[in-house]
Design a protein around this ligand. Structure first.
Ligand SMILES: Cc1cc2nc3c(=O)[nH]c(=O)nc-3n(C[C@H](O)[C@H](O)[C@H](O)COP(=O)(O)O)c2cc1C
Length: 147
């Protein structure tokens, strides 16, 4: 069964709400295994066919925890080539973090990126949460079709 990791960083809970909705959408498909984590080690990433990252934007950047994870994965030579990657996150006014994450996934780790960064301004509203569920669902469906 294809495995999906949804991991996220959230300081005030906004991106966490999005993460819950993404995981819910991915789980609804039923034929994938979905794990949701607040913290992962670089070695954990290998176990998944898709990695969906939730990151809020602080100081025009992605959170340090997520940066360090990618640093560790690069240092250890973790092979993520061909795995599916996606990113989402809450923001206030500029919202760079999900885009930065996708850039690293694509250019450094050669992951397959099929989704644009999904953003919600501050606390996600119902419409944003629907978009999050749909994102999770699409990623899940992609893996099932590839399996
Ligand atoms: C100190 C500080 C710096 C921030 N910097 C940015 C920023 O550069 N760009 C942006 O879009 N939002 C910025 N924000 C807004 C947060 O991204 C926003 O509050 C978001 O909803 C937080 O999501 P979270 O609860 O998942 O951490 C900043 C917020 C704080 C408190």
């Amino acid at each position: 069964m294809p495995k999906i990791l949804v991991f996220y960083y959230s300081r005030t809970g906004n991106t966490e709400k999005m993460a819950n909705a993404v995981a819910e959408g991915a789980r609804n498909i039923g034929s994938t295994e979905v794990e949701m984590e607040y913290h992962v080690d670089a070695d954990d990433l290998n176990r998944f066919d898709a990695v969906i990252v939730g990151v809020s934007t602080y100081h025009h950047d992605m959170p340090m925890d997520v940066k360090l994870l990618f640093e560790e994965a690069a240092e250890k030579g973790i092979n993520l080539k061909g795995k599916t990657g996606a990113a989402f996150g809450s923001y206030g006014w500029s919202g760079e973090a999900p885009k930065l994450v996708l850039e690293i996934m694509k250019n450094k780790f050669e992951m397959v990126i099929t989704e644009s960064p999904l953003l919600a301004r501050y606390m996600p509203d119902q419409n944003s949460l629907t978009l999050c569920r749909e994102l999770g669902k699409r990623v899940s469906e992609t893996l099932i079709h590839e399996a």
